[in-house]
Design a protein around this ligand. Sequence first.
Ligand code: SF4
Length: 438
Amino acid sequence: MVPRRPTRPVFVGNERTGVVQIGGGLPGADASPTAVAPVSVQTMTAGYTHEIDKCVAEIERYAAAGADIVRLAVPEKKDTEALKEILAQTTVPIVADVHFHFKRALEAIEAGVHKIRLNPGNISDRAQVEEVIDACKQANNGRGIPIRIGVNEGSIIERRDKQKRLKELGAVFGDHKHGYLLAIMITKLEEYLDIFYERGFRDVVISAKSMSAPIVIDAYTEIAARFPHPLHLGVTHAGPQDTGRIRSVVALGTLLANGIGDTIRISYASDHVGEVEDGLELLYSLGLRERAGAELIACPTCGRIQVDLFSLVKDVRETLAKEIRLPMKVAVMGCVVNGPGEAEGADVAVFAGDRRGIIYVQGERVANVTEDQILPALLEECRRFQGRVERGEAKLGEKKVDIVPPDPLGELGSGWEKMAAERMRAGEGTTGITVGRT
Ligand code: SF4
């Protein structure tokens, strides 16, 4: 993991919603030093902004799932007219996504929105951009609100000006695999940023999305090397959930592991709660955010399994999500082969045998139960452990004792015994059972 790239931070939100810092590490607007903020997670509403009640409910659903910031589209005046009401009822910072008409940006700023997103591909008139910049500077009682400059691949290309396009291409990235597109993205950004800098406005976040993961990786890598602003990472039009989440995670994960990226949106054609959950899981997996709630470790199962582990994992997961507030590690393992190793690193663990399971709390064996009792017993131990941690009687991640692997023939049920007996009868002369990592 490469350390996070320092950027000039921006701040989104107010006293009521809480303020989310994006980026950091370089001095901010008041020239005071800043720390790098945790990577934030965003999503966007899918419904109409002017349907106020539905829009508020949708935003709050994403906030409950863990979204730090929610964006909404304001294509028409009736959408910006709805904003004031929406802002009064929602609990996370809101970004207005403005396409085609700069007046929508001015109206959204007037309504009190916390950040604006502009696309140089469709709001390019200098006077109009300057008007939006000046309004953002004055907003929030003179403290200003930030602007994201989003140069999406699909809307950035100047198809009507071939000569200009070719000149841009040759000048910057002639030898690069995605040179043509990168040249246009970077050139557009430089041109656009010049307008902002000339107005003394630097509260900028940059995005450069494409539906191609390799282009996203290359574009953000080039932009990160050139501009000191925080980056909003995303793959656009990634597709349906199953494939879109992989396309997004591979691009965003690569960039984040290289220290690039300050706020993320995973996007795909499905319920956007999934985008938030996947974004958070990506950050947890890379150690870029402290996990909220339990981390579940589970084995994929194999020919050694003798309980219904998939159902068990599903049920454990659902209850942990509802009841466990602390980032405790819970391991659900199929057998004694890898069970002890994973259980040793977990706060609460079970590993199964033949329709039985042995439960451990920080390495200490607390129960040996039949399959039907594994779920309630494991969950009860999780609840009890959470209570002990909250009362200061236990600490997360503290292993008390090394796990001594149980005798698989005796304590974990008769199945192993039968298998061993069969092997012996078959003349193999061994139980075939090993203890340790596969
Ligand atoms: S823990 Fe046991 S059942 Fe699960 S995958 Fe590993 S060897 Fe197979």
